[in-house]
Design a protein around this ligand. Structure first.
Ligand code: MIG
Length: 784
């Protein structure tokens, strides 16, 4: 009873912070065993630590307290298990064991057991344990009550560098550099969140440490509620831990962040390319209905010469919020609607929530519920009762997505969408949100199949969205094998990039919320989620024309660019505040479409290398400490630098230009970097700069992707101080998965004092007849 009380307090207040100095430390090393890929250390308290060498720059650390490493080893996040073991050696001395790869030197001090990571060449220390890995020997933590297999709280603690910066950790309502902050991961529906609210929707337990320009990464693959403290509770340590599960982390050696992101993508999966039109402009509302209103929105866009590729249907398209149905009065003929919109170049995305309506009346038939009950695919409580949360349909049930057949069944249910011409699926509420209680209290005794482990909510909450997105993605892949799936999710766990793109949930229509866009998008990019965006204009509350314009001036270069608004909010489509604002928004939407070949080239880079399109400056200028906290500017790819205004009534700002030369995008005026400049930014201007040495490909004006064949690509040349510039252009069919088997074309171009040479060209895709045109921007300086 007392435990229950403590549990209730912990969960309702959510201010619990573990004092890791009270935890029991792992014992000393007494012996070791080796295989061709790993070393297992056996400790004097029967604990074991296993270090597995996956790549020269990637070592996995697994610890099991007071018992052997379990034979079972499973992760929903990890995509690659077949690493070809690199060269490595192990050396034993009386005091330590040292594992050496071509890049890393990992030393395990025997007593006390402390692990340190060094650069194999310079022997420079990268990261070191501050105390031995530890666990809660008293096992006093609450979730165990419901999940005896959870095990105790586990933690690892690292020395905090005096000058160490921390990045990543997925979706956090916080600034870019996470030094001196602490965070909790427990996927939560947090409408109207503000800076500092934590946790919010997603769990990506991966971070990057950067000190003296040298980076490492740590991925703590543990799905229980987890904690990260980057020098907040003590200036001596950065620690991470979780309320159960294994101490199980991967250490990535840089020194470059880009390299770490590539390895992280190898480990947890590369983002597949979405259809090219996913980079198009998108419009949403909770909710457009009936069908004629959707048509009206699209007609407005076309009439006003505003580009648009996608319109979203929020929850009111359904029959009484029943997923996989359409309301017969509001959407009597969805296929006719999608056909009609397709003829205007617009694709339709529908929302699909996890809550499957539980019929109120026993005699009511609803196929999704009936089939799921018959097949026993819905989550149940430990006592065998169906788990019945309350969400939009009222009393509902959730699928146990850990059951492979249930994922397949769920995916196949999407046939009703693909048959009706729906182009993509938007997964919301998948924390999973439950109106009975948003902290998860009502779900603690829900059991999931989990590969036969029959584990509970404490372990499965944070992966629910990952598995739901997976079911959706794989379903769309089966239903339309010749098309790339397009899935958008709100909640996530590491690995989500294999299945879904994301948006940052229910923001406020405020300047404060707009100020979070850049740190959140860039942090997500540093966490393996390249395809990100936020409701343009903000979701909750009433904005105004100025806020909407400034919001577009951030999002017009974000991968996901969608204006969306809450049900009772003031309308905020681009024209709603009048022509003055609409004209500016048109300018930025058109600029986005003009830059499409550049955006797509950087998106393909993200797919291939894990390096995101939307970047903090530090990703391109890792040696420049001026960039380490810079989160009111961003870059797209290597070449575009944008410094938006995110405050009302402000029309001038400081812009930091890193070393090198830069061209003002609007005037072509050239600046020397490595300095701060002050620039004008009236409402119609977002300060934007092009790196000298770049060539930016642009398309002719389009109302939507594929409106007409692109027969002319213009390369705007921004020569560097020696008169040179270069570019890469990536092209493919934009729709099918054929790019995965070589049907793409990557063209490299180099300009030297006006002469452009093309080559090499990679890939087998034939882009059809199209001409290249070259414009030397250094000769086109205009007056501001
Ligand atoms: O409880 O579907 O974040 O984008 O419009 C609110 C209705 C549920 C939350 C999503 C939002 C969406 C809304 N949903």
């Amino acid at each position: 009873m007392l435990r229950l009380l403590v549990l209730t307090l912990l969960l309702t207040t959510n201010v619990f912070a573990q004092d890791i100095t009270t935890l029991e430390k792992i014992g000393d090393v007494v012996s070791l065993t080796k295989t061709d890929k790993s070393v297992t250390l056996i400790c004097n308290d029967n604990s074991q630590v296993q270090l597995t060498i996956l790549a020269p720059d990637l070592v996995r650390v697994r610890a099991s307290f007071t018992k052997p490493i379990p034979a079972k080893d499973h992760s929903w996040a990890v995509a690659k298990n077949d690493w070809s073991t690199p060269r490595w050696t192990v050396n034993e001395s009386p005091t330590a064991i040292t594992i050496t790869t071509d890049e890393l030197e990992v030393t395990i001090q025997r007593s006390p057991l402390l692990i340190s990571f060094r650069d194999a060449h310079t022997h420079q220390l990268l990261n070191a344990d501050e105390r031995p890995m530890s666990y809660d020997a008293n096992a006093s933590l609450a979730p165990m009550m419901f999940d005896p297999k959870a095990g105790p709280f586990v933690a690892a603690s690292k020395k905090l560098g005096f000058d160490e910066h921390f990045y990543g950790l997925g979706e956090k309502a916080s600034r870019l550099d996470k030094r001196r902050s602490s965070f909790v991961n427990w996927n939560s529906d947090t409408p109207g969140y503000f800076e500092g609210r934590d946790p919010i929707y997603q769990t990506i337990p991966f971070y990057i440490g950067l000190q003296r320009g040298i980076a490492y990464g740590i991925f703590f693959d543990n799905t229980y509620r987890s904690y990260f403290d980057f020098g907040k509770s003590s200036q001596q340590r950065a620690w991470f831990g979780a309320e159960g599960g294994e101490m199980n982390y991967y250490f990535f050696h840089g020194p470059s962040i880009k390299k770490i992101l590539g390895r992280y993508a190898d480990l947890t999966g590369h983002m597949p390319l979405p259809p090219l039109w996913a980079l198009g402009n998108q419009q949403s509302r909770w909710s457009y209905y009936p069908d004629t209103m959707v048509e009206e929105v699209v007609n407005e866009y076309r009439k006003r010469d505003l580009p648009l590729d996608v319109v979203h249907l929020d929850i009111d398209y359904m029959h009484g919020y029943r997923v996989f149905t359409f309301d017969k009065d509001r959407f009597p003929d969805p296929k006719a609607l999608t056909d009609k919109l397709a003829s205007q170049g617009v694709k339709v995305v529908t929302i699909v929530d996890p809550g499957v309506k539980h019929p109120v009346d026993k005699n009511e038939r609803y196929h999704a519920f009936d089939q799921g009950v018959e097949k026993n695919y819905f989550q149940r409580r430990r006592n065998g009762d169906l788990f019945v949360p309350r969400v939009w349909p009222g009393e509902s049930v959730f699928v146990d997505y850990t059951i492979p057949e249930a994922r397949r069944w769920w995916g196949d249910l999407h046939r009703v969408y693909t048959d009706n011409g729906i182009a993509g699926i938007w997964n919301d509420m998948n924390e999973p949100s439950d109106f009975v209680d948003q902290t998860g209290k009502n779900q603690l005794d829900v059991v999931s199949y989990d590969e036969g482990e029959k584990s509970t909510h404490a372990k499965n909450r944070n992966t629910f969205a990952l598995l739901m997105s997976r079911a959706t993605y794989e379903g769309l892949e089966r239903l339309r094998p010749d098309r790339r799936p397009y899935v958008i999710t709100r909640a996530a766990y590491a690995g989500i990039q294999r299945y879904a793109t994301m948006w940052t949930g229910d923001t406020n229509s405020t300047w404060e919320a707009l100020g979070l866009n850049i740190p959140m998008f860039t942090s997500l990019g540093l966490s393996g989620e390249p395809f990100v965006g936020s409701d343009v204009g903000g979701f909750i509350g009433r904005g105004n024309g100025e806020l909407l314009v400034r919001s577009y001036q951030v999002s017009f270069l974000a991968p996901f660019c969608r204006n969306h608004k809450v049900i009772d909010g003031y309308d905020q489509e681009p024209w709603r505040f009048g022509k003055y604002y609409e004209d500016i928004i048109r300018k930025y939407l058109k600029l986005r479409y003009a830059l499409m070949p550049y955006l797509y080239t950087t998106l393909e880079e993200a797919h291939r290398t894990g390096v995101p399109p939307f970047r903090p400056l530090l990703l391109n200028y890792q040696d420049d400490p001026n960039t380490y906290n810079l989160d009111d500017q961003f870059m797209v790819g290597n070449d575009l630098l944008v410094a938006p205004i995110m405050k009302p009534d402000v029309t001038r700002r400081l812009v930091y230009l890193p070393a090198g030369s830069w061209y003002d995008y609007w005037t072509n005026k050239k600046y020397s970097g490595d300095t701060m400049i002050s620039v004008d930014a009236p409402l119609d201007v977002v300060p934007m700069f092009v790196r000298a040495g770049a060539m930016i490909p642009v398309w002719p004006s389009l109302n939507y992707i594929g409106e007409k064949p692109v027969s002319l690509i213009t390369f705007n040349i921004y020569p560097d101080d020696s008169g040179s510039a270069s570019a890469t252009l990536y092209e493919d069919d934009g729709l099918s998965p054929a790019y995965k088997t070589g049907a793409f074309r990557r063209t490299t171009l180099t300009a030297r004092r006006g002469a452009v040479s093309i080559g090499p060209i990679e890939g087998s895709y034939n882009p059809g007849p199209r001409k290249f045109n070259y414009v030397d921007k250094s000769a086109k300086r205009t007056k501001a």
